[in-house]
Design a protein around this ligand. Structure first.
Ligand SMILES: NC(=O)c1ccc[n+]([C@@H]2O[C@H](COP(=O)([O-])OP(=O)(O)OC[C@H]3O[C@@H](n4cnc5c(N)ncnc54)[C@H](OP(=O)(O)O)[C@@H]3O)[C@@H](O)[C@H]2O)c1
Length: 388
């Protein structure tokens, strides 16, 4: 039987790779909803190829323009992100692949969870910003939330068939990003183009910058805490520059289980869609052990890359602090991508906003949305101070 798929962010890196999988298994996956922010040229191509029932465009003007362009097709086009929750809860949708970038995915993800849709979760920011709310909703709805992030997919795979009480540590691997080994002084001079050159993965701009600051690993630590209900003290990060081991679980008897694979997101995306089954992978998914470089491990450089420590701090404090960390980071990364601030200023701004905002414990959705807005407002203020 064919599964109805909604892809939040179908024009992005994860979204496009999800559609490749849908194309490889046309009798098993049916794209029902496709969404984008503004890349309507690609969205139009996707609509013509996959014939979804609905499309949502975040940019309203572009959404209306797209509606005219695809008037010859049976697709319903909605202009504005406020339509995302209705789109993902359509009765024909079985699984929602959350592949937008940023906390903008929170409301549609919550709506999909509450409607009992299964979630293939790539979009980590909602889980960082509102992890308890999302996980409470998942428990109440009994839906499946399967991680797509390669590290969390690896942990999920290493946890299959084992008991939660036997976990000693979750060990997330990090490539170290393009600036591994650089000094703080050197980071002052790095350019946007250099920061966008990830050594092993090809991803969207925001996550690529987060990988360079190590904030991505910090967001992943918080994501892992919520997904697997493990304390932060038992979640460790180890730098593994080859990105072959995607993460590991250490059990209390001393065994470490690891998941290995080529650095290709189609593998974890497909597993999230087929779990508990495994289907044949694509051409780049077969790892040749005999031609591999030696696999190495090192400790993260906490001083040069303070974002990782800030994320642990926010995760330990809980409440709205992870929301603040995430909102300030999104704003600061955006400013860096526009060439307005230096690379180290991203993390400095996040630290300043965390220092000045009050932490609200046990926040409801309103408090989280308010903390997110305030963090962005304060970060924008600091960006204007840092602009040289
Ligand atoms: N890429 C990876 O390999 C990877 C790995 C692990 C986890 N993730 C996570 O997966 C998520 C997506 O990452 P990505 O690399 O695929 O991002 P991306 O390439 O930047 O794609 C983002 C997608 O979201 C849409 N979008 C962006 N801002 C939006 C907004 N304000 N409202 C509505 N739609 C918006 C974009 O539309 P337009 O194209 O129209 O702008 C695009 O379809 C992120 O949370 C990331 O952390 C990604």
């Amino acid at each position: 039987m064919s599964k109805g798929i909604a892809i939040l962010g179908s024009t992005g890196s994860i979204g496009r790779q999800t559609l490749e999988i849908c194309k490889a298994y046309p009798e098993r996956f049916m794209p029902v909803v496709l969404t984008a922010m503004g890349n309507i040229e690609l969205l139009e191509q996707q609509i013509r190829e996959f014939k979804p029932k609905m499309a949502v465009v975040g940019d309203k003007d572009k959404g209306r323009y797209l509606e005219e362009k695809v008037a010859d097709l049976a697709v319903a086009v909605y202009a504005g992100n406020e339509y995302l929750p209705d789109a993902v809860t359509d009765p024909e949708v079985d699984t929602v692949v959350t592949a937008v970038s940023g906390a903008v995915g929170l409301l549609p993800t919550l709506a999909a969870v509450k409607a009992g849709k299964n979630i293939a979760l790539a979009n980590k920011e909602p889980l960082v910003a509102a992890g308890e709310l999302v996980m409470d909703a998942v428990r109440a709805s009994n839906c499946q939330l399967i991680p797509v992030d390669s590290e969390h997919s690896a942990l999920f795979q290493c946890l299959q068939g084992n008991r939660h009480e036997d976990i000693e540590q979750l060990i997330l691997t990090a490539s170290g990003g393009p600036f591994r080994g650089r000094s703080r002084e050197e980071l002052e001079r790095v350019t946007v183009q250099q920061a966008l050159k990830h050594p092993n993965w090809s991803m969207g701009a925001k996550i690529t910058i987060d990988s360079a600051t190590l904030m991505n690993k910090g967001l992943e630590v918080i994501e892992a805490k919520h997904l697997f209900q493990v304390d932060l003290d038992r979640i460790k990060v180890v730098v593994h520059p080859q990105s072959i081991i995607h993460s590991m679980v250490r059990y209390k008897d001393g065994s470490i289980l690891a998941q290995l694979g080529t650095p290709d997101m189609r593998l974890p995306i497909q597993y999230a869609l087929t779990w508990p089954e495994r289907w044949e992978g694509g051409p780049n998914t077969q790892l040749d052990l005999l031609t591999l470089q030696p696999l190495t491990f090192e400790a993260p450089d906490w001083e040069t890359f303070p974002a990782l420590g800030l994320a642990y701090q926010a995760g330990r404090e809980g409440g709205t602090m992870p929301t603040v960390l995430n909102g300030a980071n999104e704003e600061a990364v955006h400013a860096f991508l526009q060439g307005r601030i230096t690379f180290p200023a991203i993390t400095e701004i996040v630290g300043r906003v965390m220092e000045e905002l009050e932490n609200i414990k046990k926040p409801d959705l309103e408090a989280i949305l308010a903390a997110d807005r305030e963090a962005r407002r304060r970060a924008a203020h600091w960006v204007s101070k840092y602009v040289s």
